[in-house]
Design a protein around this ligand. Sequence first.
Ligand SMILES: *[C@@H]1O[C@H](CO)[C@@H](O)[C@H](O)[C@H]1NC(C)=O
Ligand SMILES: [Zn+2]
Length: 742
Amino acid sequence: MAEHRGVRKRPFILLGVACAVVGLVLGILIGFFAIPKSGTPWSAALTREGDPSVPARLQRELNPDNIRENLRTLTARPHIAGKEMDLGVARLIRDRWLEYGFDSARLVPYDVLLAYPSRDPNRLSRVSLLESDGTVVAESQQQEAGVNDPEAEPPFNAYSASGDVQGDLVYVNFARAEDFQTLVQGLGVDATGKICIARYGKIFRGNKAKLASQFGCAGLILYSDPEQCAVAGWAVWPDGWMMPSTGVQRGNVKDAKWKGDSLTPFYPANEYAYRLDEQDANHPTIPVHPISYGVAVEILRNMAGPEAPVDWQGGLDITYHLGPGYTGPASSRTVRLVVNQDREVRTTYNVIGTIRGAVEPDRYVIVGNHHDAWVYGSVDASSGTAVMLELGRALGKLKAEGWRPRRTIVFGSWGAEEQGIIGSAEFVEDHIRNLQERTVAYLNCDSAAAGNFSIAMSASPLLHSLIREAAKKVPDPHEPSKNLYDTWRLKRPEEEGNPDTRPKIGRLGSGSDFTPFFQHAGIAALDMWNDIDTASFGFGYPLYHSGYETFDLQDRFIDPDWTVHQSVGRLWGEMAVTLADALVLPLDVRDYAAALQKMTDELRDEHGARLAAQNIGLEHLESAIAKFTRATTTFRQSLGDVDKLNPLAVRAVNDRLMKLEGAFIDPLGLPDRPWFRHVVFAPSSVNTYAGQSFPGLADALLDIDNVNPADQATRWELVRKQLAVTTFTVESAANTLVNNLF
Ligand SMILES: *[C@@H]1O[C@H](CO)[C@@H](O)[C@H](O)[C@H]1NC(C)=O
Ligand SMILES: [Zn+2]
């Protein structure tokens, strides 16, 4: 850049003078004509910093008892997406927001494809272990013991194919690609045409369903193995928070190339939408059904075939065998898997509420959470909804006391997240132009309290600094004399084993409503929750998506004094208000440069030799990242010189900050899954929950040594293309930060 400086000086000065004159005239005109009701001249309001007392007042206002009562109300009945009870919850949220003094709150409907288990007594979904004469040895239940509620749907895996298959059972561990490869190649067991049984865990269940059909399984049974949900010696529900033998994890098994409604990718599911045929919707082609470990142990006992490898042995009190089929007196037994689901286009309702910005009403800070749940959802996601309601009440109170945010705060309570992030994706697709042009950031909180160990966070690098600074201002829920930042980095340090580092902030994959905002629209986003000690346990909260996610689970075991919920609300509110009120947006571009550098190092470590062998160098990517890094440093320095009394100058830097995330969007999207358009971050193709850096490149390189020789050359061409696309995208993003580009 340096060699251009001399040439650029004159136009720059002229531009500066012109800006100053325009600014002055504008300022005088605005000051002269527009004196707002409060009596403050507009010119002063335009350049005023946020009231520093507001975040602290907001924190004080958030009340644990209110959150508790909210959760009790929200979890009174099951509220699965698209049914009457869920609409009831949506209406309750809208009414509360109006009562709290929001400027608007309304239901926003979309007509989307939803799946429910058949309730017809002749068409019930089930897994049975049968003698050759048809006698039932063991069978899955229609409801989990203790969940005596006709409104609760029986456990099911939404969007499974319907079908009735019977045959020999094969155990496939976690149903990951490497598990199937080991099974077929290393252990010599063929899954083709068999009923496969896999334990939940490690990867998203939708990935398992797709792999099972790719590897030829006739059907897939998913079960919760105690190794992933019930530590020996720990009390199970209702005496504790581990999974009992009767519990079943529900969940959708879509592994589509897009999120949102199955039938309307890229466009809103409104009254004139063009809908795909269901067979083109990328749903699983085989029946998939979830069972408890109480039933699984009966089905896995006495299996024939080789003993499963040591790391395939789970936590049941049996020796796991691979199959196929059974041995000894059980040798003539078979497993039957019946799935019947009804699919219909039904209405799901988002609730959208706003507190309008006083100065920049056309700039949005969006906070979001989903209101639907598989059953009562006391963790997922009603704990987040309970907090969001209290946050809304507190903001409403501040507003009644005379505060109004500088920018508009939008509240989104999404419908049908559990069925595939549907409500939020339809909303983003519907309003994508406005959202891309005007949104500062999207702050997601799904399950506010899944455990009481520590905050967990994934985010765009742009928000890292905001997150850290906010955490320093929130007291720890257990030790109020310490702040959340310090306890968080102690429990989840960025650098493993080193509590002196910063707290760990993960990469966004998928699994909640931030996905359409971040990976489809290119809006900076974060996802936060409080979790159990997942690193020690090796799994997430055990009662996940079961009927035991009840009010009592929170009140007795996770958060009896409700301060964990309160602290999540405080952190969420602190960030929202800071983003909404700060004169200059608190987004730090330097963290993006550091993240890109780290990802490139990882890429080189993992694939450098492989790439070099193909004569593919990373030097252009490296230099694009160096350019990005220089641009962020320069931009950051220039922020210090911004004339904060000049609203146009402030708007100019804020727009660059706001739009940087969008610069990482490739309009053509990622190869083979164009709905995902962020070139730096996407859900991993191997595990939807995990965040994958440089996904286009990663997908092209995925298992490249093992693809069949005929396809090798095509794959390497894809690698070359994706490297160029990635390099160009990083360079483009750098350019958006540079003054006087041309
Ligand atoms: C909550 O915290 C207590 C005390 O540390 C712990 O014993 C308990 O297991 C925690 N519960 C959950 C659900 O994380
Ligand atoms: Zn959720």
